[in-house]
Write a protein that binds this ligand. Structure first.
Ligand code: ATP
Length: 332
C-alpha cells in the first residue's frame, strides 16, 4: 500500500477517546498511514474562536481521508453542524451506514444490511425562512442527487454481493418530492439484476424490528436515513455499534453514527466499536480490504470471549477494551 494521509478529528465529548482507540488498532495493522491531528468543534471554538479552523480545512484538503469522532453543536449557538458543513464542502453525497449484529449476545435482532442515505439535501438543506407566523423549511429533492445516490447504492450491492435493494420513502404523503426520488429509483435499478422493493418509511421502521431478514440494502432520503439507521444500530447493540462513511467522488470522511455523548465523556467508558468499524470502512475505501476485515473479526472474537465494554454488559473500560482487542489481532 502506498502511504495514505489520514486526518484525525477527535472533536468533542467522547470523540477524542473513541478516535484514539481506533487509531491504536490501525497502528497495529499492516497498513501504511500517515496521521495528522486536526481540531474542530465546540471545545476548539472556545480555544481558538473558530469551530472549523482554516488549518483544519487545509489539512483535510491535503489528505486522502478523514476519521472523525463527534462534535457538539450547542443549540443556542448560531454555528451550523460541522459535519454538515464538511459533507457539503466536499460533496460527500452518500452516507453509508452498515448495520450488522456481530454476536447473538448483543442486540435484539439479526440484521445484516447497509443503509445508503442521501447526504446533501432533503430535510437538511438548512434553509429556513421565518415570518411573523412561523418558519418554513426548504426541503429539496433533485433528480441529480437522487440519481447519483441510487447509482451508488446499486454499485455497493454489486461490490458487496447484496441481492435486494429497497427504496424507503413517503411518496404517499410527499407526492412530488418523494415521488421524484421513487421514480428515479425505479429507473436506475431497472435491469441491474437486483431484487427491487419499496417501503414507506413508517412501515420500514416497524419492519426493521418485525422482519429484519427483509432488509439487505436500503436507499433513502436524508432524514429517513438518519432516523432508521439509529433505530437499526439500536437493534444490533446500541449506538456504540453504528459505523458510517460520508463518501463523495473524490473524498470521504468516516465517523461513528453516534454523537459526542457529553454525559459519558472523559470517563473511559465509551464503546469505541462504532469508530473502529468506521476506520475499517476507511481502510476499505483506501484499498485495504484485507486489513479492514481483521478489525471486524477481532471485534467478533472479543464478543465471543466476553471482551466488551460496559454499555453492553461488559467489564472493560475503553482503553482496556482497546488493548485487549490489539492482542486479538494476532489471532485473526
Ligand atoms: P450529540 O449532541 O453530540 O448528538 P448526544 O449525547 O445527544 O450527543 P449521542 O452522542 O448520539 O447523542 O448519544 C446518546 C446517548 O447514547 C449518550 O448520551 C450516551 O449515553 C449513549 N452513547 C452514545 N454513544 C455511545 C458510545 N460510543 N458508547 C456508550 N454509550 C454511548
Amino acid at each position: 500500500m502506498t502511504l495514505k494521509k489520514v486526518v484525525l478529528i477527535g472533536g468533542d465529548g467522547i470523540g477524542p477517546e473513541v478516535v484514539s482507540a481506533a487509531v491504536r488498532i490501525l497502528e497495529n495493522l499492516d497498513v501504511s498511514l500517515e496521521f495528522t491531528e486536526a481540531q474542530m468543534g465546540f471545545e476548539c471554538s472556545k480555544r481558538t474562536g473558530h469551530f472549523i479552523p482554516k488549518a483544519t480545512m487545509e489539512a483535510l484538503e491535503r489528505s486522502d481521508a478523514c476519521l472523525f469522532g463527534a462534535v457538539t453543536t450547542p443549540l443556542d449557538q448560531k454555528q451550523r453542524s460541522c459535519i454538515l458543513y464538511l459533507r457539503k464542502h466536499f460533496d460527500l453525497y452518500a452516507n453509508l451506514r452498515p448495520v450488522k449484529r456481530l454476536h447473538s449476545s448483543i442486540g435484539l435482532v439479526d440484521l445484516d444490511m447497509v443503509i445508503v442515505r442521501e447526504n446533501t439535501e432533503g430535510m437538511y438543506t438548512g434553509v429556513e425562512h421565518e415570518d411573523s407566523e412561523g418558519v418554513t423549511l426548504e426541503r429539496r429533492v433533485s433528480e441529480g442527487a437522487s440519481r447519483r445516490i441510487v447509482r451508488r447504492a446499486v454499485d455497493l450491492c454489486k461490490s458487496e454481493g447484496r441481492k435486494r435493494i429497497t427504496c424507503v420513502h413517503k411518496a404517499n404523503a410527499l407526492r412530488k418530492s418523494d415521488g421524484l426520488f421513487r421514480r428515479i429509483f425505479f429507473e436506475e435499478v431497472e435491469g441491474q439484476g437486483l431484487e427491487v422493493k419499496e417501503m414507506l418509511v413508517d412501515a420500514a421502521a416497524a419492519a426493521l424490528i418485525l422482519k429484519p431478514k427483509d432488509f439487505d440494502c436500503v436507499v433513502t432520503l436524508n432524514l429517513y436515513g438518519d432516523i432508521i439507521s439509529d433505530e437499526a444500530a439500536a437493534l444490533v447493540g446500541g449506538l456504540g455499534f453504528g459505523p458510517s462513511g460520508n463518501v463523495g467522488d473524490k473524498y470521504a470522511i468516516f465517523e461513528p453514527s453516534h454523537g459526542s455523548a457529553p454525559d459519558i465523556a472523559g470517563k473511559d467508558i465509551a464503546n469505541p466499536i462504532a469508530t473502529m468499524l468506521s476506520s475499517a470502512m476507511m481502510l476499505q475505501y483506501l484499498g485495504e480490504k484485507g486489513q479492514a476485515a481483521r478489525i471486524e473479526r477481532a471485534i467478533r472474537l472479543g464478543l465471543e470471549r466476553e471482551i466488551k465494554t460496559m454499555d453492553v454488559g461488559g467489564e472493560y473500560r475503553t482503553t482496556e477494551y482497546t488493548e485487549a482487542l490489539i492482542k486479538l489481532l494476532d489471532e485473526v
